[in-house]
Design a protein. Structure first.
Length: 170
């Protein structure tokens, strides 16, 4: 059933994602074929297929595949990516609290930088928690700023406490 070794499987998946000429349907078809090469218990297949459905705007199908990858024990860097992608999909499906919880519990991958926090901010905003969302976004930026870190930490704390934006007394 396999057309190549498992050693080159990820390279072939990456080639699909890097093919700028492939439309969404083609990406889904090609990723589905690659996922079918793997044993049913390999979590990489559902993870990549979830990503293909996700990028094709088929969030409900993506969520099913992401859930399967979690169930099968996807780990490491791919798990950190899955948490972001799955949470974003949950947010798009209106499942805001699940998205927030997933991102809060996610293992952080340094290679992803502040990506988890960016998606957490979006999920919090969608969940009707705009002050907390802005605080998360500001806190994610602070390590990259050459100045004003102390001030921004203070503003983020105000946002979290609900004091930000309160009109000054006369």
């Amino acid at each position: 059933m396999s057309t190549g070794t498992h050693d080159d499987w990820q390279d072939r998946v990456d080639a699909v994602w890097n093919d700028a000429d492939a439309d969404e349907a083609t990406v889904i078809e090609r990723i589905a074929a690659l996922a079918a090469e793997l044993p049913a218990e390999d979590p990489r297949g559902p993870f990549e297929l979830g990503g293909a459905f996700d990028s094709g705007g088929r969030e409900a199908e993506a969520a099913e595949q992401y859930a399967r990858a979690v169930e099968l024990g996807l780990a490491g860097d791919a798990r950190a990516q899955l948490d972001i992608q799955y949470a974003s999909t949950l947010r798009n499906l209106g499942r805001f609290d699940e998205a927030v919880a997933m991102l809060r519990e996610s293992e952080r991958d340094p290679e992803l930088g502040a990506s988890t926090d960016a998606f957490l901010a979006l999920a919090l905003h969608s969940a009707g928690r705009p002050d907390e969302a802005l605080a998360v976004a500001i806190e994610a930026l602070i390590p990259t700023l050459p100045r004003y870190q102390r001030s921004l930490r203070g503003y983020a704390a105000e946002l979290r406490s609900g004091a930000a934006g309160a009109p000054a007394g006369d």
